[in-house]
Design a binder for this molecule. Structure first.
Ligand code: ZN
Length: 236
């Protein structure tokens, strides 16, 4: 990539999207970010998001001067779907396995559609998301096939040639840590470890080896296992 094509990164302030931001900064210019606010639970995530966005670019040598605007969209209607509509039968199904109460089916379809609408206006070609099929939580909208189909739909519907980029799609969580290391060394790994947030419960009281979190929810388990595998130098 010659660095002249712009990108919009779906940036939540979590480990995966922070790694995607570093990845995008080494390939595209400008790199803008988009975040979605849709519930109180996410206040912690949004705080982390700001801190990571402020600190990360200095740690990615190849991406200096490329970070552009941030777009924060208020999607309180998503909060309505997750808190109000998901009662009774559907709530029981969806919350099985301790998925977050704010889980919204097809959420990434909505996020990418909003992102594409902004990228269209900002003339940014690449839409970057941290979706992953390898160590994922089982959301069908994280699948590679879903994103490929979505890319076709967005390009038809908006008459553009967007490229949906999911650089973590086939990486294990350990490999995602290694990718961060390759992009910004130990300093970037440390920033992601202590400043990003993955925990569903929004807890940041205890700093574990792998970062802050409740230590008990699926997102924390995934993150802890990934960090442990990264420490052991396991291959992807
Ligand atoms: Zn947790």
């Amino acid at each position: 990539m010659n660095g002249k094509e712009g990108a919009l990164v779906l940036f939540s302030g979590g480990q995966d999207s922070a790694t995607c931001l570093a990845w995008a900064l080494t390939r595209f210019s400008p790199v803008e970010t988009i975040g979605f606010a849709y519930g109180q639970r996410h206040a912690v995530e949004l705080d982390c998001r700001r801190a990571v966005r402020d600190l990360l670019p200095a740690l990615v040598p190849a991406g200096r001067g490329r970070l552009g605007a941030d777009h924060l969209l208020d999607l309180s209607s998503l909060g309505q779907i997750s808190e109000t509509a998901l009662t009774r039968e559907s709530a029981i199904t969806v919350t099985e396995g301790d998925l977050p109460s704010t889980f919204v089916p097809g959420r990434n379809l909505l996020f990418f559609t909003y992102a594409a609408a902004i990228a269209w206006r900002r003339n940014l070609r690449h839409l970057v998301g941290g979706m992953c099929e390898t160590d994922y939580s089982g959301y069908p909208d994280c699948r590679d096939d879903t994103l490929k189909a979505l890319q076709v739909a967005l390009n038809l519907g908006m008459a553009r040639q967007f490229v949906v980029q999911a650089p973590l799609m086939w990486l294990t969580k350990a490999a995602t840590w290694r990718l961060a290391e390759s992009l910004g060394g130990a300093a970037l790994v440390e920033l992601i470890r202590v400043k990003t947030h993955s925990c569903y419960r929004g807890t940041r009281e205890h700093l574990w080896e792998w970062g802050y979190g409740c230590g008990a929810c699926p997102a924390c388990h995934l993150r802890a296992a990934g960090w442990e595998a990264y420490g052991k130098g396991e291959r992807a």
